[in-house]
Design a protein around this ligand. Structure first.
Ligand code: GLV
Ligand code: MN
Ligand code: MN
Ligand code: MN
Length: 400
């Protein structure tokens, strides 16, 4: 892949990597060959710009432009995708960061403080179930000792996946010591910007959100000979719980989704013995999130009593409300006619912000709001407006 400074060329270079021929969506799971290709692509792009990439022991990457002891400005995002995801969620922030650096150089800009471009691994948690795992590990929000025993759907331990990808976790993690400010550009994943008829916005906050695992256990039995009143069917308990989650989220104006389930033994002619389902829940405040998840859990337990099943609920990853640095947002808002909007999606920016790093996000309009889907889209003109906005932001922050 020939490195180039052109946004559209970079975009088309990336287009085939991890793309499903049948759906057109992306499978860029961490520590796979698709992700290794993306990591090499990023290193080549940085090298073509004379920047040296540091890859840490789990695959997070950073390249710095400029020297000095002043706290640096880091921009970037992630290159992994959800299963069958869109092209923009993550890569738009990385490609835009490289393109913004080109814009700054074309303008003759010299950084007054170090300016870095970074890529965080396993942002989506699509393989090991923990969202923003790369950034959580570098900030210390999660420790390697806690994470190494995580298993993917095939039972592979995280520690083995990382070393099988040719990385050495003992080599250590990226240091954020140089990072004084973090800016992540991201495709918008809702319709705020399209409703406001603007191409670019800034983020005010991230809703609190999390993932909970529900294990519904019953008794495997014959689908024909077992009378309905004799069954202990965990699928029924799960189905009612999914309806309860939908009802609770609608009542409060929040979000609740069961997007993943696994069924044992998963046979058409057997009552299942076990249904495991993962709840993704998001709400406008920490208290509202706790109340909603509590209400869903109570309804699930009540239904389990009625169905003769049992239920175990465990939290997998929970992120509290994130308010981005208001002084930084106010400083950046003056650079353009950019609305400041909340988001219900999680981001590495939220993790860095919670670690005490002043952080901002730049959103690029999504004409349909569809995301985590092959249908995710952004118009090239809007992406280029995002690059210019990011260049302006970086010039403001790294100029002196
Ligand atoms: C990640 O993109 C999330 O918000 O789930
Ligand atoms: Mn995402
Ligand atoms: Mn993302
Ligand atoms: Mn995300």
């Amino acid at each position: 892949m020939a490195p180039t400074s052109d946004f559209e060329q970079m975009w088309s270079d990336l287009a085939p990597v991890g793309r499903s021929a049948s759906s057109g969506g992306y499978f860029r799971q961490p520590w796979t060959t698709a992700e290794a290709e993306l990591r090499s692509w990023f290193a080549e792009q940085c090298a073509a710009r004379g920047l040296v990439v540091e890859t840490d022991g789990i695959g997070n990457q950073v390249a710095w432009w400029g020297e000095g002891d002043q706290p640096g400005v880091l921009t970037g995002s992630h290159l992994d995708s959800v299963l069958d995801g869109g092209a923009y969620d993550g890569p738009l922030g990385v490609v835009s960061a490289l393109a913004a650096l080109d814009v700054l150089r074309d303008r003759g800009f010299e950084p007054g403080r170090p300016l870095g471009i970074g890529v965080f691994v396993e942002e989506e948690g699509s393989r090991f179930g923990r969202a923003c795992l790369g950034s959580r590990l570098v900030t210390g929000a999660t420790t390697w000792e806690q994470a190494r025993e995580l298993r993917d759907r095939d039972g592979v331990f995280l520690a083995d996946a990382v070393s099988d990808a040719g990385l050495d976790p003992d080599a250590g993690l990226l240091s954020l010591d140089r990072v004084g400010t973090f800016v992540e550009l991201h495709v918008e994943q809702g319709r705020d910007l399209v409703d406001r008829d603007v191409a670019v916005g800034l983020a005010s906050e991230i809703w609190p959100h999390g993932r909970w695992r529900f294990d519904f256990a019953g008794q495997a039995n014959h689908a024909g000979t077992t009378r309905m009143e004799d069954r202990r069917d965990p699928m029924l308990t799960y189905a009612m719980t999914a309806l309860a989650a939908d009802e609770q989220a609608r009542l409060g104006g929040h979000r609740a989704t069961f997007g993943r389930i696994s069924v044992q033994p998963n046979g058409t002619n057997a009552v299942p013995s076990l249904v495991t389902a993962w709840l993704d829940a998001r709400a406008s405040s920490d208290d509202a999130l706790a109340a909603m998840v509590g209400a869903i859990g109570r309804q699930a337990h009540d239904r389990a009593d009625r169905d003769g099943t049992s239920l175990d609920v465990s939290a997998e990853s929970v992120s509290g409300a994130v308010a981005f640095d208001p002084d930084l947002a106010a400083r950046l808002a003056g650079l353009g006619d950019w609305p400041v909007i909340p988001t219900q999606a999680g981001h590495d920016a939220g993790i860095l912000s919670e670690a005490g790093i002043p952080t901002a996000m730049v959103f690029v309009r999504n004409p349909t709001g569809v995301s985590h889907s092959p249908d995710e889209h952004a118009e090239t003109a809007d992406c280029l407006a995002g690059v210019t906005a990011l260049a302006d932001v970086l010039a403001e922050l790294a100029g002196t």
